[in-house]
Design a protein around this ligand. Structure first.
Ligand code: PLP
Length: 285
């Protein structure tokens, strides 16, 4: 495997950043993940736009133009022979002697890109079985709309899920509402047959997969509302699923060990997964 680090392609095992990189010391860095389909970037535009927004919110300089970034990403895919998989891009504020306040303008942002292949057949087999999730108390900062590498609460939540034999953790706020997953947005098909996902005025990541799936749903004519739901509503929902560049549209079959519906992926989530993948493949750049 080959990684891109600050202007160079290097063997993955030798790819390293400096100990004074602010991403390493302070989580002063943002990232994006694209699904790769047929060697192309799924939801390309949405992820680039969010990257630019994340950088802007943190006043991290654009490391290079979008065109240049895209070229380097395509080269990373080519060198790693990735046709189906994921591509990860991270931009930190750069390398400077440790100090909480920003360094001067002479410090250039640091860019890291890695790409990996996925076995789509294995991924589809997993999706066909559905996954379990656990609920955990929301304990993240107030700017979850920025896609930063400050993922310690997410990592702890995911570990808790893993220890419970589950795949994902859903954060629950003090009102008992599900905010989102540790690495996904959460959805239900409620008892009235309405598809629901939390609005993005709340403190969650504005998922790109979520956004595209909303367009897909609009085309199907299925009832949909951007409206939060409680853990109890999720547990008694007809169907539950999560969305993300890694998960795509992934049926949830249990919450805290309790079956959702009959404990198998529902027809709506299964259909939306298929429709999302068709759309993402057809529009990948
Ligand atoms: N929420 C969180 C916390 C995430 O890390 C992610 C990333 O996958 C998502 C939601 C889904 O976002 P996207 O669909 O843009 O991948």
């Amino acid at each position: 495997r080959i990684a891109y680090v600050n202007g160079r392609f290097v063997p993955h095992r030798d790819a390293a950043v400096h100990i004074e990189d602010r991403g390493y010391q302070l989580a002063d860095a943002v990232y994006e993940v694209w699904a790769v389909m047929d060697g192309r970037l799924a939801d390309a535009e949405g992820h680039f736009a969010r990257l630019e927004r994340s950088l802007g919110e943190l006043k991290i300089r654009q490391p290079m133009s979008r065109r240049a970034l895209e070229m380097v990403m395509r080269e990373a895919l080519r060198r790693n022979r990735v046709r189906e998989g994921l591509i990860y891009l991270q931009v930190s504020r750069g390398v400077a002697p440790r100090d909480h306040a920003f360094p001067g303008d002479d410090v250039a942002p640091a860019v890291v890109i890695t790409a990996k292949s996925l076995d789509r057949a294995a991924v589809e087999a997993k999706a066909a079985k559905g996954v379990g999730v656990v609920t955990v108390a929301e304990n993240r900062w107030g700017r979850c709309d920025i896609k930063t590498v400050g993922l310690l609460p997410n990592a702890l939540a995911r570990q808790q899920a893993k220890e419970a034999g589950a795949y994902e953790a859903l954060f629950v706020d003090e009102l008992g509402m599900i905010t989102e997953g540790a690495a996904s947005n959460a959805w239900i098909l409620d008892q009235d047959g309405v598809l629901r996902t939390r609005d993005t005025n709340a403190n969650i990541l504005r998922g790109i997969t979520r956004r595209t799936l909303m367009d897909v749903i609009a085309e199907t004519g299925l009832p949909f509302q951007e409206r939060p739901f409680t853990v109890e509503e999720a547990k008694s929902a007809k169907e539950v699923f999560v969305t993300g560049a890694g998960s795509l549209v992934l049926p949830v079959v249990s919450i805290d060990g309790q079956k959702v519906g009959d404990g198998a992926p529902g027809p709506v989530a299964t259909r939306l997964r298929r429709l999302y993948i068709e759309r993402a493949r057809a529009t990948a750049l």
